[in-house]
Write a protein that binds this ligand. Structure first.
Ligand code: SF4
Ligand code: SF4
Length: 70
């Protein structure tokens, strides 16, 4: 089970992570608001390949992807 953590406090809503994920795991939550923008949500965690592109390319170090303990 892969664990994808998004730190809302650090995210600035640039959506680079949404764009770079090759599996469309991350989505913009159009229903919710966070500090004046829509937050990023983990919509399809089961499709994550642990490539860590989102983690590496987030300019604000707001994403951490780890292999869980299951
Ligand atoms: S790349 Fe980082 S700062 Fe940009 S939307 Fe994703 S989590 Fe937020
Ligand atoms: S680690 Fe790769 S596959 Fe998983 S959410 Fe991030 S960019 Fe997408």
């Amino acid at each position: 089970m892969i664990d994808i953590q998004i730190k809302g406090d650090w995210c600035k809503g640039c959506y680079i992570c949404v764009d770079v994920c090759p599996k469309a795991v991350l989505e913009i939550d159009k229903e919710a608001w966070l500090k004046g923008f829509h937050p990023v949500v983990v919509a399809h965690a089961e499709d994550c390949t642990l490539c860590r592109s989102c983690e590496l390319l987030c300019p604000d170090l707001a994403i951490t992807v780890t292999k869980g303990h299951h």
